[in-house]
Ligand binder design. Structure first.
Ligand code: AMP
Length: 415
C-alpha cells in the first residue's frame, strides 16, 4: 500500500478543523486591521532564498527542496514565505509609492528537516508583513493584531519577548564590546561560537549550547550600544506596549542573524504548554527589500507555524469549534425522491444537512449517524409523507418528536 512521503502528512478530522478555525480567525482579525492576502508560488528561483534567508543558514545549506526543472532552471520549494512576498511586491511594483502595504499569507512551506515531533517536511505558516512604515507605532499595530489573533484563538498566557538589534551602522560598537567579553572567556565557548564570533557575533547570543549560554552570563547587551535613533525607537515601542497592556519582557539574547534585520526583534512565548516555549518570531527587516533589488522600503513582519499552533490548541482546548450537520434518512421509494427535494430546500435555506442516499434499513443508517457524531436525525417515511411531517430523533437523549415539514428549516437553524 502506498504511503505518504516521509515528513509529509494528510490533514483531516479534528486536526484539520483546528487548521480551518485558525485560518478563519486569521482572515477575520487581519482583515479587520486592513491587511490583504497575498499568495505566492511554491516554487521560487534558488537565488531568492540564497539572498534573503542567507547562504550560511541551515535552511539554505541543508534543508531546501531544490531541483533543476525540465527547462534547466534551478528552483526551490519555498522554505518560508517572506522572501516570496518581497520578491512579488518588488516584481509587481507594489512598493513604489509611499503608501503602507499590508499583507498576510497562509501557506505550505517545505524544509528537508531531520524528523522530530512537531517538525514536518511540509508544514504551514501564517505570516503578516507590513511594508513602508518605519515607526514603532507600526510595530505596535502588528503586535496588537497578533495579540488579538492568539487571544481570540483562546491562548491566554502570552508574553512578548523583545530586543533591538540596532542597525548595521551601530552594530560595530556592540561587536567590539562583545568580542572583548568573548576573548576573556573564549575557552568556555563551543567551536561553532568561535566561528560565529568572527563571522556573525550576534549569533553567539542565541547558541543552543547550554555551556555557551552559561558563559554568556553578564555579557554586554546590544541595547546599551544602540545609535540614538534606534534607542529612541526601542524606548518608544516599550512605552506603546506598556500603554496597550501587552505583556512583554526584554530578552537581550534574542537576535536575528542576518544583516538586513534592523532594530526590533521579537518572539511570543506561551506557557500554555507547561514550560514557556516560543510560538513564533519576527521583527523589523528594513534592508531586505533593497537587498533583493527593490526600493528602499522599511518592513516589519512575523510568521507562526500553523502545525504547532494547531497542536497547542488541541491540547489546551480539545475539539475545535465546529457544527455537525443533521442527517436526513428517507425510508421507501417515494420518500427517497421527496427527501431529495426537501434536502434541496434546506440546503438552499442555508441548513447544514447530510442526506442518506444508500437506501436500505433504518438500523444501518442510524448506526452510521452514531459513528459520524450526528446529533439530529430526520426520518422521512410513508407515514410522515402522509402527515406532512418528519420524525426527529435527538441522538444525545434518544428523545423523538414530530415536526411539520414547513418548520424544519427554521427549527434546525435555531438549534
Ligand atoms: P522559522 O521560519 O524557522 O523562524 O519558523 C517560524 C515558524 O514556523 C515557527 O513557529 C515554527 O513552529 C514553524 N516551523 C518551522 N519549521 C517547521 C517544521 N519543519 N515543521 C513545522 N513547523 C515548522
Amino acid at each position: 500500500m502506498a504511503q505518504s512521503v516521509k515528513g509529509m502528512r494528510d490533514l483531516f478530522g479534528t486536526e484539520l478543523r483546528w487548521f480551518q478555525h485558525i485560518e478563519e480567525t486569521a482572515r477575520r482579525v487581519f482583515g479587520r486591521h486592513g491587511y490583504g492576502e497575498i499568495r505566492t508560488p511554491i516554487l521560487e528561483e534558488l537565488d531568492v532564498f540564497k539572498r534573503s534567508v542567507g547562504e550560511s543558514s541551515d535552511i539554505v545549506n541543508k534543508e531546501m527542496y531544490e531541483f533543476t526543472d525540465k527547462g534547466g532552471r534551478q528552483v526551490v520549494m519555498r522554505p518560508e514565505n517572506t522572501a516570496g512576498v518581497v520578491r512579488a511586491a518588488i516584481q509587481h511594483k507594489l512598493l513604489n509609492s509611499s503608501d503602507p502595504v499590508l499583507f498576510y499569507y497562509i501557506g505550505q512551506q517545505f524544509r528537508y528537516e531531520r524528523m522530530q515531533t512537531g517538525r514536518y517536511r511540509q508544514f504551514w505558516q501564517i505570516g503578516a508583513e507590513s511594508f513602508g512604515v518605519a515607526t514603532p507605532e507600526s510595530e505596535a499595530e502588528s503586535l496588537l493584531m497578533l495579540h488579538s489573533f492568539l487571544t481570540e484563538l483562546g491562548l491566554k498566557n502570552l508574553t512578548f519577548s523583545i530586543n533591538s538589534v540596532g542597525t548595521p551602522e551601530s552594530r560595530p560598537a556592540f561587536h567590539a564590546a562583545f568580542r572583548a567579553f568573548f576573548a576573556a572567556r573564549e575557552a568556555q565557548f563551543c567551536e561553532d561560537c568561535h566561528r560565529r564570533i568572527e563571522t556573525n557575533p550576534l549569533r553567539v547570543l542565541d547558541c543552543k549550547n547550554e555551556k555557551c549560554q552559561a558563559a554568556l552570563e553578564g555579557h554586554p547587551v546590544i541595547t546599551d550600544h544602540l545609535d540614538e535613533a534606534s534607542a529612541k525607537h526601542h524606548a518608544r515601542l516599550k512605552v506603546l506596549l506598556t500603554e496597550l497592556g501587552i505583556p512583554f519582557e526584554e530578552n537581550p539574547r534574542l537576535v536575528r542573524g542576518l544583516d538586513y534585520y534592523t532594530r526590533t526583534a521579537f518572539e511570543v512565548l506561551s506557557s500554555d504548554l507547561g514550560a514557556q516555549s516560543a510560538l513564533l518570531g519576527g521583527g523589523r527587516y528594513d534592508l531586505l527589500v533593497k537587498h533583493l533589488g527593490g526600493p528602499d522600503v522599511p518592513a516589519f513582519g512575523w510568521a507562526i507555524g500553523l502545525d504547532r499552533l494547531a497542536m497547542v490548541l488541541q491540547q489546551v482546548r480539545g475539539e475545535a469549534p465546529h457544527s455537525t450537520p443533521a442527517l436526513l434518512i428517507p425510508l421507501g421509494d417515494r420518500a427517497t425522491l421527496e427527501a431529495l427535494k426537501l434536502a434541496r430546500n434546506l440546503w438552499d435555506a442555508g441548513v447544514a444537512l447530510q442526506l442518506e442516499t444508500r437506501g436500505g434499513a433504518l438500523k444501518k443508517a442510524m448506526a452510521s449517524a452514531n459513528r459520524l457524531g450526528i446529533r439530529t436525525v430526520l426520518i422521512l417515511g410513508d407515514g410522515e409523507l402522509e402527515g406532512g411531517t418528519v420524525t426527529v430523533k435527538h441522538m444525545a437523549t434518544g428523545e423523538q418528536e414530530s415536526w411539520p415539514l414547513g418548520e424544519v428549516a427554521s427549527r434546525l437553524a435555531s438549534r
